[in-house]
Design a protein around this ligand. Structure first.
Ligand code: CUA
Length: 157
């Protein structure tokens, strides 16, 4: 009887340990992946962007006194709009989605950089200063012309 009770305890303990391990593996695998993009944005149908209010016409919109929203679509092999034109000395939030495969959206020479995943909307906010021109590059391999996929960001006064 004595030994039997210990066996049960060990069995219960190992089952708990296995459940705990499974739980932490799942959390570890899903957690950071989801945190990469804005999780406040609802999922989006990559195949129906032309029916989406924000992305059917990729554009820059004024949303506050000195605040702008840039709705950007990445697709093989470019970005829309091109160029993206935003005012100097303002706050710009980029909402970027993909019409096909995974792309990158990096404003070259700055720390503005995000992965662009079909079905999701990536969000990055930047503060612009003086007028300048930046290249936008895709840094996720997305097909034969990946290396040529680029856009332009124009900060104008
Ligand atoms: Cu798009 Cu690489």
């Amino acid at each position: 009887m004595h030994i039997h009770a210990y066996e049960k305890l060990w069995l219960a303990a190992s089952v708990l340990l296995i459940l705990f391990l499974l739980g932490s593996v799942t959390y570890g695998a899903v957690g950071p992946g989801v945190a990469m993009v804005s999780d406040s944005e609802p999922a989006i149908d990559a195949g129906a962007l032309d029916e989406d209010d924000r992305f059917s016409e990729p554009r820059v919109e004024q949303v506050g006194e000195n605040e702008y929203a840039a709705y950007v679509v990445a697709r093989q092999f470019g970005f829309q709009p091109d160029p993206i034109v935003v005012p100097a000395n303002s706050t710009v939030t980029f909402y970027v989605t993909s019409a096909d495969v995974i792309h990158g959206f990096e404003v070259a020479g700055t720390n503005a950089n995000t992965m662009v995943v079909p079905g999701e909307v990536s969000e990055i906010t930047v503060e612009t200063d003086g007028p300048a021109e930046y290249g936008i590059v895709c840094n996720e391999y997305c097909g034969a012309a990946h290396h040529a996929m680029e856009g332009k960001l124009e900060v104008v006064s």
